[in-house]
Design a protein around this ligand. Structure first.
Ligand SMILES: [Zn+2]
Ligand SMILES: [Zn+2]
Length: 1001
């Protein structure tokens, strides 16, 4: 018998069902052959129907399923939708409350078919001033949206746009004032808005770009009422899915971050804690944003995280579901250890090893670790722990976190270890043991158990990071432990690894046999290579050749293997609904396999150079192998691979005499170095030789070479009159080695240098004296820091006020009036940019010719550039960094009006045209790329862009833009937009449209 609330019997249900239809029948109208529809505008009848529905629904709960209910849903929903649509204030509040009850009782799958109608009738009511109408409507709408199927999202968004739903909700929140409105009211509005932002990225702009709303939220977040605070936190959390939004939040973030952290703490309720961790994860989606957040609150953030991870308890031997979700969120946030920063210090300070061990060992107590046990005993304890398989779903996080911490450690970090040392040691032992077991399992590794396979992978990677840790303590502890564990069956397993690695390139396959297995094998290979006795064995058995073949195979099949990423990403980057985040690729994420292979190669090359290896066996002696090694490594270093592989390729090449990276800008500057034209300083050697250099480049790239008074501007003289070109002569001391200095200069200009081994020592001394950090690191063969960027050449520093005295030319745009123009260098108020002849001519043939032509322009201090001020700033940025700045992206771009978008586009078209005249092909290509990708997201601008490009006679660009307009040709023709264009241009678009339709069919 179906009975629920109040023990309603079937008889009672039938009676109420009858009454319901009595009421409904008053309003049914026959519409078409499909049947009747409920339509009645009489308020009294509406009220009667709503009450009857309400009484009928009272018989049911979620758990009861009843045919009577199922068969009447369509009629009930139809009547409610109509009544809500009539907007009779006397009834809609009641009706909305009934909708809420309906959603609670009826399974979402059945309600789906009515959701669009309900959304359409509820949305306009949010504008209603009466709280008793507005509030239930918001609650009902939110409940519908939460269960909405993805396929309906597009239509719902259209309804929202028509009803200005987001605007209404934002206005409601903005009008909130405590006292006159209930806390519940704010909570429901905030919850609705955060659901909308979660599902529809396009709604986020109107929130973060509304300072009035943001300041209301900030003041609400500081109220003592927990309900208000958590509701605000949830809103922030949805908002942070947008990169621009997150930046806005962090930029004036102290109160927001205080709220977030206070919600994370133990004293807060569970849901608030989880929401706090989620917000922090989202804010940490990008490296830059994460560092900004850490800058403000690193200690308290880390403290809350580590304490959550380490402070929890089992209830009757089990971890509750709630506890576990909280731990998962805390672990995910702890993955911010992937990035370098001052937070690492606090992770150690709050004893992360102990917290991590509590997630690995059941009932862990740090006192139970005894510092006096032997390694052997520790290993057998670790064996027991691993066999117990405690909290398996958290294990991968544990290894990832400790791995990242090890990779970013300071060299002399053991001083901050406190009493955490024993815990760290035990973690290292557990990780090493997992690695060794994984290698032993070999090909069976992931046949059965996905969870343990992913443990194998993350533990192996952690061991690799420990071995490569800058901390000598961690690195040597890991090597010693691993070498001890591997002793048993070591060579046998190693043979298997070498066979496996050799098999991949020789098999003729295009894809990897199994991704997890390959990862474990490669990492295992690298770990074995780090232990001297195995390294010798590997080298004797063609292990280096095997690795090289694998690298070449990877390069050839790169597209099939894919730029796969295996390192874990915090949840936020895997959330599919994020927008406007610019996430630069991570070190280990792009081309991870290549990175592992190069780490192994590093160990082998280091071993064969370190003399532990007998010279007569040295396979490196073979010139052929050496050449292959060089070629492969150079290809990787100069190719389009992840920063990790590129860095390690460069690192290994430093053993062979090649230092640094080659860059476009470096090549350009090297051209300037070889051509003495614009030089303003000559270094005279005791031998009588000399080199000519450019002060501005030296000032940015190797300032110690400049005479002290030249290094920074003292504020007195700026050249505003015609510059008298003088070349300053500097006599170098006898102690300076000419050859070494020339090499240093070469590196300063180009970022790259080749050095004979005989010169290394002298160069190192000089470089140390000149404090050229990057080159020194490479000369000392220090391993690349995990996660460090490829050192670029960026001479934008030359534009800083303190180096202004080197500027010898002023660029003047065609615009004479720019609102808010203000020069940091001089008092002139007409738009201009200070620049350097040497940099301009290094990037532009035309200008180089002009400056040396002897014509009047060649002496001028002012150069007119026929572009707008916006265009000029982009142009200057290209000259000094070799990168053309992008226009605003994501929500910012989408919400710009067409005029502002056109201003941006115009700047690029101007530069495009200029680069034709100034003969700068690369720059022109960059411009075309930007212009076309802008049109991709704003096709409606095609016509204007075509006109613009035509006015500059840039026909190639006109054609490309016409191709963009082709798909909407009919639309453009019908709207009359084409009428304004020249016939010739219209023809062009028509031809493109015809071609487009032919390709389409
Ligand atoms: Zn966005
Ligand atoms: Zn100025």
């Amino acid at each position: 018998m179906a009975s629920s609330k109040g023990g309603n019997s079937t008889g009672h249900i039938n009676t109420l069902h009858q009454r319901l239809y009595h009421a409904l029948n008053l309003g049914f109208r026959v519409c078409d052959e499909k049947g009747k529809k409920w339509k009645c505008t009489d308020i009294e009848i509406q009220r009667h129907v709503v009450k009857s529905i309400s009484a009928f629904l009272d018989c049911f709960s979620r758990a009861t399923s009843n045919n009577r209910l199922k068969e009447s849903i369509s009629d009930i929903a139809g009547a409610l939708v109509f009544i809500l649509g009539c907007k009779n204030r006397a009834v809609v509040g009641l009706a909305a409350n009934v909708v809420i009850r309906l959603i609670r009782i009826v399974p979402p799958s059945i309600l789906q078919s009515y959701s669009l109608d309900l959304v359409e009738s509820l949305s306009p009511l949010l504008r209603c001033q009466q709280l008793e109408v507005c509030l239930p409507c918001a609650v009902a709408l939110n409940a519908i949206l939460i269960n909405l199927r993805e396929t309906k999202e597009k239509e719902v968004w259209k309804i929202f746009e028509g009803a200005e739903t987001v605007v209404s909700v934002v206005a409601n929140l903005q009008n909130f004032s405590e006292g006159s409105m209930s806390v519940e009211w704010f909570q429901e509005m905030a919850s609705l808005l955060s659901t909308i932002m979660l599902k529809w990225p396009q709604s986020r702009y109107s929130v973060w770009h509304n300072p009035a709303l943001m300041s209301v939220l900030e003041s609400v977040s500081q109220k003592p009422d927990l309900g208000l605070r958590v509701a605000t936190l949830k809103l922030y959390s949805s908002l942070a899915l947008c990169g621009h939004g997150a930046n806005e939040l962090i930029d004036n973030g102290k109160p927001m971050l205080d709220l977030m952290i206070s919600c994370m703490e133990e004293s807060s309720p569970q849901n608030a804690r989880i929401e706090g961790f989620k917000l922090a994860q989202r804010l940490a989606t990008g490296n830059q944003e994460c560092l900004k957040m850490i800058d403000i609150c690193s200690e308290s953030l880390v403290k809350a995280t580590v304490q959550t991870m380490g402070k929890w308890s089992l209830s009757s031997g089990k971890l509750s579901y709630d506890q576990k979700s909280l731990l998962v969120e805390a672990c995910k946030l702890a993955l911010i250890t992937r990035w370098e920063g001052k937070h690492h210090f606090y992770f150690w300070k709050y004893r992360i090893s102990e917290a991590l061990l509590s997630l690995v060992v059941e009932n862990f107590r740090s006192q139970s670790l005894d510092g006096s046990v032997s390694l052997e005993e520790e290993i057998s304890l670790a064996e027991k722990v691993l066999n117990a398989k405690f909290l398996p779903s958290l294990r991968s996080y544990v290894w990832d976190i400790i791995g990242f911490l090890a990779a970013h450690c300071q060299e002399e970090f053991d001083s901050i270890l406190h009493e955490d040392e024993l815990c760290l040691n035990f973690l290292i032992t557990c990780a090493c043991l997992t690695l060794s077991r994984s290698v032993q399992k070999g090909y069976q590794i992931c046949q059965t158990d996905i969870i343990s396979a992913s443990h194998s992978e993350s533990a192996s990677r952690a061991v690799l990071m420990m071995i490569n840790s800058p901390s000598k303590y961690i690195s040597s502890r890991a090597r010693v432990t691993l070498s001890f564990i591997l002793e048993e069956g070591g060579k046998e397993n190693l043979n298997y690894l070498m066979k496996f690695m050799g098999y991949i390139p020789s098999s003729g396959g295009y894809i990897l046999p199994n991704i997890l297995q390959t990862t474990v094998c490669l990492v295992g290979y690298a770990c074995y290579s780090s232990i001297p006795q195995y390294a010798s064995f590997i080298l004797r058995n063609q292990g280096l050749e095997i690795l090289l073949s694998f690298c070449s195979w990877y390069q050839r099949n790169w597209e099939n293997v894919g730029a796969s990423s295996f390192a874990p990403s915090p949840q936020s980057t895997s959330e599919k609904r994020i927008c406007c985040w610019v996430c630069t690729e991570d070190w280990e994420n792009k081309d991870a396999f290549l990175l592992y292979a190069l780490l192994a190669l590093t160990e082998l090359v280091n071993h064969s150079f370190s003399g532990q290896y007998h010279a007569e066996d040295l396979s490196m002696k073979s010139e052929n192998l050496k050449d292959r090694l060089c070629t492969t490594l150079k290809e990787i270093r100069d190719g389009d691979y992840g920063s990790g592989p590129k860095w390690y390729a460069a690192h290994i090449l430093s053993y062979l005499g090649y230092f640094g990276f080659q860059h476009n800008l470096g090549k350009r500057l090297m051209g300037a170095y070889e051509d003495e034209e614009c030089s303003d300083m000559r270094l005279l050697f005791a031998s009588g030789n000399s080199v000519s250099v450019h002060k501005v480049i030296i000032a940015v790239r190797c300032p110690m070479l400049l005479p002290p008074k030249e290094r920074a501007h003292n504020g007195s003289t700026i050249l505003t009159e015609k510059s008298q070109r003088t070349v300053q002569e500097i006599r170098m001391s006898v102690n300076v080695d000419t050859l070494a200095l020339v090499k240093l200069l070469e590196f300063a200009y180009s970022g790259y240098v080749e050095v004979e081994s005989t010169l290394l020592k002298k160069l190192k001394t000089l470089v140390r004296h000149c404090k050229a950090k990057v080159l020194l690191q490479m000369l000392c063969r220090r391993r690349p820091k995990w996660g460090s960027l490829i050192p670029g050449i960026d001479i934008t520093l030359a534009l800083a006020p303190k180096l202004i005295h080197f500027s010898d030319v002023i660029l003047v745009p065609k615009e004479t009036n720019v609102a808010g123009f203000n020069c940091r260098m001089c008092s002139s108020t007409s738009p201009h940019a200070h620049s350097h002849r040497v940099i301009l001519s290094s990037g532009c043939e035309y200008l180089r010719a002009l400056f040396r032509s002897g014509m009047q322009e060649s002496h001028t201090d002012r150069l007119n550039v026929p572009v707008s001020w916006l265009g000029l700033t982009k142009l200057v940025s290209w000259f000094y960094s070799d990168e053309l700045p992008n226009p605003p992206s994501g929500c910012k771009w989408n919400n710009m009006d067409n005029e502002a978008k056109l201003d941006e586009l115009q700047a690029y078209v101007e530069i495009y045209s200029l680069s034709e005249w100034w003969i700068m092909e690369d720059l022109q290509n960059d411009c075309a790329h930007v212009i076309l990708s802008c049109l991709e997201s704003a096709r409606e601008l095609s016509i204007k862009t075509i006109e613009l490009a035509a006015s500059f006679s840039m026909w190639k660009l006109v054609e490309a833009a016409a191709n963009h307009a082709a798909p909407i040709y009919h639309q453009l023709r019908d709207s009359g937009e084409l009428d304004e264009l020249d016939d010739e241009l219209v023809n062009l678009i028509r031809t493109a449209a015809v071609q487009f339709s032919q390709q389409g069919s």
